[in-house]
Design a protein around this ligand. Structure first.
Ligand SMILES: Cc1ncc(COP(=O)(O)O)c(C=O)c1O
Length: 405
């Protein structure tokens, strides 16, 4: 392997949200404990990005900055090479994050009181965006079909048919259940939304993190140009290359009318441009880091195999759902019979594991945990060993013969 995915990075004292939140909970968390929660990675950034940022600091004046032609070219070319579609430069609206982008979409593209559909269990800021904007939250929960999460299209059809519901926020690939939606599933969703005049905000921030054997289809590939007024697509280099702190995301809004309203929304908040580091990091990542990403995907896939083998051998009463995309595993711990708060305190207090609790993604997530797999493999192994030991002490699971299968 050409790049380093084994060194333990030291993030203590760097203001990392993931680490600070663990240390607030437990200032004495031991040196052996690495949080596996917030979706960034326990890996160094690609060397090409680090070099580009060093060169920037050494040579540039850090004044007001705007996107250059090279920035737009890097974004478009990445979509062409990696996702087989050709956005136009003028469709791009930059945003300091995908979260600010969908908050802005809800406020600027729906009216007060409109219903906004989400598909829980799902990335919890979707719900926050709807509620913080005084819109009505409408849930179209995912359902299980043969051990795989799927969309409930009948329910979606009913909800989309209500004229009060004017927007759907799609998570594609889906965080936390790890689904990579197929072209057929997406087309069916588009059919329902377009007929019922529901605008789709497609959050594709995990679009590059696709496991071998799966293919991400950007929603733009299943839409006809005459349907473009029903979609915006949110992407970013941040998940892919561990750049969340650079606060750069790239939103494609192909319809001019929608784009004007969306951009106006940002202008009302005086949100005009990214910081200088965001542009440089994005360019370096998209121009130079495809090989780093390919290696990363192999590492994440290997970690998922470690996890699913651990479940199969040590705790077959648990369910690790198939990881099609993202680096976030979704695991069902309900067989242990703990309430969701009890599970949380067991994880932190007894297993010394900081994960994302399933209940934060919606009611249907209660009893599940989201485990961040973007860490060196030995970190995952020691985390699972601690979990195993804590489960044995408590008599949870089949290894002791006392757990509920
Ligand atoms: C689906 C999804 N959207 C957005 C984000 C965060 O976006 P940003 O950091 O660009 O605001 C995340 C982070 O985990 C995510 O999973």
């Amino acid at each position: 392997m050409e790049h380093d995915f084994t060194t333990h990075v030291n993030r203590r004292g760097q203001g990392s949200s993931k680490w600070e939140s663990m240390l607030r909970d437990c200032p004495a968390a031991g040196e052996d404990v690495v949080p596996l929660s917030v979706a960034d990675m326990e890996f160094e950034n690609p060397p090409e990005v680090r070099r580009a940022l060093h060169a920037l600091v050494d040579s540039a004046v850090l004044g007001y900055t705007e996107p250059t032609r090279r920035f737009f070219d890097a974004c478009v070319s990445w979509q062409e090479r990696r996702h087989a579609w050709s956005p136009r430069k003028e469709w791009i609206v930059t945003s300091s994050g995908v979260v600010p982008a969908f908050f802005n979409a809800v406020r600027s593209l729906t009216r007060a009181g409109d219903g906004v559909i989400i598909q829980p269990p799902v990335y919890y800021p979707f719900k926050m965006a709807v509620e913080a904007s005084g819109r009505t939250l409408v849930e179209n929960p995912l359902v299980l079909d043969g051990g795989r999460f799927v969309m409930d299209f009948d329910d979606l059809e009913n909800k989309a048919a209500d004229p009060a519901n004017t927007m759907l926020i799609l998570c594609s690939p889906h965080n936390p259940v790890g689904r990579v939606w197929s072209a057929e599933e997406l087309r069916r969703l588009v059919d329902i939304c377009v007929v019922n005049d529901v605008l789709i905000v497609s959050d594709e921030i995990h679009d590059d993190l696709i496991m071998p054997g799966y293919e991400h289809t950007t929603i733009m590939r299943v839409m006809r140009p005459d349907e473009y007024d029903h979609v915006i697509v949110c992407t970013a280099p941040s998940k892919t290359f561990n750049l969340a702190g650079c606060q750069a995301s790239v939103i494609y809004v192909s319809d001019e009318g929608v784009r004007t309203r969306f951009s106006e929304g940002f202008r009302r908040l005086a949100q005009f441009s990214l910081n200088i580091f965001g542009y440089t990091a994005t360019i370096a990542a998209y121009e130079e880091c495809a090989a780093w990403l390919d290696e990363l995907i192999g590492v994440v896939r290997g970690n998922y195999e470690l996890l699913s083998n651990w479940v199969a051998r040590r705790h077959p009463e648990l369910v690790a759902y198939p990881l099609e995309g993202t680096y976030l595993a979704w695991v069902d711990f309900r067989a242990w019979g703990l309430g969701s708060k009890e599970l949380e305190s067991f994880m932190k207090g007894e297993a010394r594991l900081w994960l994302d609790e399933g209940y934060v993604f919606g009611e249907s997530g209660a009893g599940f945990e989201r485990i961040n797999l973007a860490c060196p493999a030995d970190v995952l192994v020691t985390s699972l060993d601690r979990l195993d030991a804590a489960a044995s002490r408590r008599g949870l699971g089949t290894t002791t013969g006392r757990g509920r299968a």
